[in-house]
Write a protein of this length. Structure first.
Length: 404
């Protein structure tokens, strides 16, 4: 029986894909194929709208690292090991380590912005093509870029910290200010690290060159302030009124004189509002994602290898419903042969599309072409012209691995 537990996705690189149709190997061919995909009615009984499923690859052009790309976390940092939900919830020491890393990464994260791929989705929404989006990303770029398109954030979001006892949420920016107040040595260190550019890279050697020391686990070492000294605040609601626990006893929320949570506490613990490995997706979110698939007639998959089960099963669900699937991803996608095995080899894109062209170049060029043709078009387009039709963001690799 399948569960919705978040598992460690496998790290092996998948074999390269077959491009479908073969003409979709070029930008102009991919644009033509995707127009066939969007403008032809899906098989009978299915609605004419498209649902989009996105992953980390879509945010690479915003400066965030993906997992399996050329500069992905799994390739650059070989010692990478994510934190599990049960470790975070049960261990004060694990939480110190998580929040210390998160403290250092948040400034860069909060300065990153949606890219041309996200804005192209907004435009596809305006063109009436895209009705719903499901994302595995926790960077909040979808709701920021296109608040008018309903977005299911499958794995949660970093913009809030959530109390594991009372479920109240707190803005991550406010939480950051609290962390700075409770950890003055880290606050000064962060200031220096930002100005040296040491946090702009995930490469341990490059970090070292810019004055940051890292330990064998890939953690940054702050001189004179080891992880064990890092402090984080309690949930203010639970602190002022300790809630009863599931076993009927009163929860313990204890803080030091500055308001930092003590290890004796068993309630009022704040955690990022994301699904960590070993945690399960809430039934509400799971249901919303299923509904988004079931209310559409096509699925567009962007920037994800579908390595997590929660994402793969949605694509499988779409396939089982008979929905045509288009995949735009650099590198292989889990189980993709099965998504395309029954396609007519001569079909132009209406039955399915598979291309490796980057989302931040392909999607804006597609929107440009669809607007120009005012609806349906089969015309080919010059690659170079299309390439200047969108604004390209300058990808600066940043420390981003917030799920770990
Ligand atoms: Zn609380």
């Amino acid at each position: 029986m399948p569960t919705s537990f978040m598992r460690i996705p496998y790290r092996d690189l998948l074999p390269p894909p077959n491009i479908i149709p073969p003409a979709a190997a070029t930008l102009s061919g991919a644009i033509t194929a995707l127009q066939e995909f969007f403008y032809n009615p899906p098989p009978s009984g299915l609605p004419p709208s498209t649902v989009v499923l996105t992953g980390a690859g879509l945010s690479v052009a915003s400066g965030l690292a993906d997992y399996r790309g050329v500069k992905g976390t799994y390739r650059v940092n070989k010692t990478h090991r994510p934190i599990y939900h049960h470790e975070f919830v049960s261990s004060h020491e694990t939480r110190k380590r998580y929040w210390a890393r998160s403290f250092l990464g948040w400034t860069t994260m909060s300065m990153a912005n949606p890219n041309s791929g996200h804005y192209a989705l907004r435009d596809l929404g305006k063109l009436g093509v895209v009705k719903n989006i499901i994302t595995q990303n926790v960077d909040s770029f979808h709701p920021r870029a296109h608040p008018e398109i309903p977005t299911v954030e499958l794995h949660g979001y970093l913009r809030s910290a959530v109390c594991i006892t009372c479920r109240n949420e707190y803005p991550r920016d406010v939480f950051q200010t609290d962390l700075a107040r409770l950890n003055p040595v880290w606050k000064d260190f962060l200031k220096e690290a930002i100005s040296s550019g040491a946090l702009d890279t995930e490469d341990p050697n490059e970090k070292r060159n810019r004055g940051i020391k890292m330990n064998a686990d890939g953690d940054v070492e702050v001189p004179g302030a080891p992880y064990t000294t890092f402090r984080y605040p309690a949930c203010p609601t639970c602190l002022s009124n300790p809630p009863p626990l599931a076993d009927g006893t009163k929860g313990v929320v204890e803080v030091d004189k500055d308001g930092a949570l003590e290890s004796s506490s068993n309630a009022g613990i704040l955690k990022p509002a994301v699904i960590m490995f070993g945690d399960s997706i809430s039934p509400d979110v799971k249901h919303a994602a299923d509904k988004a698939i079931d209310s559409a007639g096509r699925l567009l998959v962007l920037g994800t290898s579908l390595a997590t089960y929660s994402a793969w099963r949605l694509a499988k669900r779409a396939k089982d419903r008979g929905m045509p699937i288009a995949v735009i991803n650099m590198g292989g996608v889990r189980g993709e042969e099965a998504f395309f095995s029954d396609l007519d080899p001569t079909q132009p894109g209406n039955q399915g599309v598979r291309t490796e062209i980057s989302t931040e170049s392909l999607l804006p060029a597609l929107v440009h072409e669809m607007r120009k043709s005012g609806g349906r078009s089969h015309s080919h387009h010059d690659d170079r012209q299309a390439a200047v039709a969108f604004e390209r963001t300058n990808p600066a690799e940043v420390f981003k691995d917030f799920l770990s």
